[in-house]
Design a protein around this ligand. Structure first.
Ligand code: TNX
Length: 488
């Protein structure tokens, strides 16, 4: 029988202390103690299908079962937790609900993989005894999904949130607008969604989220401690908006819808007042849908916006975000533009040398979010044989995605807030495609962002990932059988 520190928990916990010879076995009469925290119901619902046990949830001490307790622990992070397992009980303790939720994720991974099945399986449901004390390395651990190049319905996004939160990721950035589609309803500019949202790469009908659908997604994610970061990409990547509203174009003429995969050809008309009315009203409505702290304004690849106009556009638009009580996030090309308080610059370079735009951001004291394309772009192929994906930043194996240290990627950047793995969808039209590109790289990147650097190494990580393969199969996730991982 394996001990608690030999078990395949991803991300690997900060500290694990086994109790040799001690085991807990979940029996049919077990109960769950939880206050109103969502984690209690979540745990019960996760365990009932495979165990077939009733597992009632109530706020009283248990004789035999699992307790989720909000209380002071030595760790100060609201995401930290302590998990203690003896013969009689499993106790998760945390200061905040996020910590309880993450303790529950760890516990689920300590149970046999059959716990993921949605039909009753044979036990025993045994967990090795011991104590885990765990906390995140970075507060921002995210993924991005490009819903503009191909549209994905809200149910797909909810399942993606499930996948992220199981690996203790806490941000889903949605790339809501691009040349090929505008995906969020805006009341003041209704044609953005109805006209701008009506197609996608390769043609087809595209789609958009109503405000009600989007709000439902935000709530679903929040319950799982995932913050949605909406991105409205400006002043480039805007053909869908230009097609919907002729007045946003320099010449007042709307271009046709675009269904190809080129970048860098479209721009808002930076000299016109209406452009700023548009930006302000769109940002206002998106901010109103966003309880989280961040609004992403894009800013990448504006090759068709003259440099001076680009800076002028950001000079006017960044303060709009601050005025809405939100923090500006932008791709690292915004580096040279005057900074807003607390601004976050998302680095997506793919060469060892940082480019001058991100150096400008570092010099200004911006906070940095790391998305180096040669490491964490989930749309890069794993190998030349990967059936979908791109390769402009190289091929990104799971090992490549995992084996680097965020603290040293950008020399002289003191304020790295975390790591985000973008999944652009020029070549990805289905949920199966998302899963293939995200697994196993996404869990590996989650470990990179959560676990302390000394606690992680590729040999250990690939063994842990291997043990998750059967779990993904039970969950219906078709993953890339990366040959560097010793799958069972
Ligand atoms: C670059 S990364 C882009 C996207 C593409 C992506 C494809 C970034 C900020 N811009 O427009 O979809 O490459 O990998």
């Amino acid at each position: 029988m394996l001990t608690i520190d030999e078990l395949a928990v991803v991300p690997v916990p900060a500290e694990a202390t086994p109790s040799p010879g001690v085991h807990f076995t979940l029996r049919p009469g077990a109960t769950i103690r939880s206050g109103p925290a969502f984690a209690g119901q979540y745990l019960a619902e996760a365990l009932r299908p495979a165990t077939g046990f009733p597992l009632p949830v109530a706020d009283r001490p248990v004789e035999h079962g699992i307790e989720l307790v909000l209380a002071e622990i030595p760790e100060t992070s609201p995401e930290a937790y302590v998990l203690e397992i003896d013969e009689r009980r499993i106790v998760v303790t945390a200061r905040a609900e996020a910590g309880l939720f993450y303790g529950v994720q760890t516990l689920l991974q300590l149970l046999p993989p059959t716990v993921e099945a949605r039909t009753v399986q044979d036990g025993p449901w045994t967990v090795p005894g011991g104590r885990i004390a765990d906390r995140p390395r970075y507060g921002y651990r995210g993924a991005m999904l490009d819903v503009a190049r191909h549209f994905f319905g809200v149910e797909v996004l909810m399942r993606f949130v499930d996948r992220l939160s199981r690996y203790k990721m806490n941000v889903l950035h949605l790339h809501l607008s691009d040349d090929q589609g505008w995906r969020i309803a805006v009341d003041a500019w209704p044609r953005l969604a109805t006209v701008g949202g009506a197609t996608q790469v390769g043609g087809g009908t595209g789609g958009h989220y109503t405000k009600a659908q989007y709000a439902e997604l935000v709530r679903y994610a929040a319950a799982r401690h995932v913050t949605i970061v909406p991105e409205i990409d400006m002043p480039g990547h805007v053909n869908a908006a230009l097609a919907a509203y002729p007045e946003l174009n320099d010449d007042g003429v709307a271009p046709p819808a675009y269904t190809g995969v080129d970048v860098g050809f479209s721009t808002l008309s930076v000299g016109k007042d209406v452009t700023y009315t548009f930006a302000r009203q769109v940002l206002e409505e998106v901010a109103a849908l966003t309880p989280g702290p961040y609004l992403h304004i894009g800013g990448d690849e504006a090759q068709n916006t003259p440099a001076a106009d680009y800076l002028e556009f950001l000079r006017q638009v960044q303060p709009m975000v601050t005025a809405l009580g939100k923090t500006v996030v932008g791709w690292h090309q915004i580096g040279p533009a005057a900074r807003e308080p607390g601004r976050i610059v998302q680095y997506w370079g793919h060469t060892p040398e940082p480019d001058e735009d991100v150096r400008a951001a570092i010099a200004q004291g911006d906070r940095i979010l790391l998305s180096p394309a040669d490491r964490v772009y989930l749309d890069m192929k794993y190998t030349p044989q990967t059936p979908i994906g791109l390769d402009w930043a190289g091929h990104v194996s799971t090992h490549t995605a995992y084996d680097w240290d965020p603290a040293t990627r950008l020399p002289g950047a003191p304020d790295v807030i975390g790591v985000e793995a973008p999944l652009w969808t020029e070549t990805v039209a289905t949920e199966a495609g998302i899963d293939l590109l995200a697994f196993p790289r996404l869990p590996a990147i989650a470990e990179l962002a959560w676990s302390p650097q000394p606690a992680r190494d590729w040999t250990g990580c690939r063994a842990r990932l291997a043990a998750h393969g059967p779990r993904w199969t039970y969950q219906g996730i078709g993953f890339h059988p990366d040959p560097e991982i010793p799958w069972p």
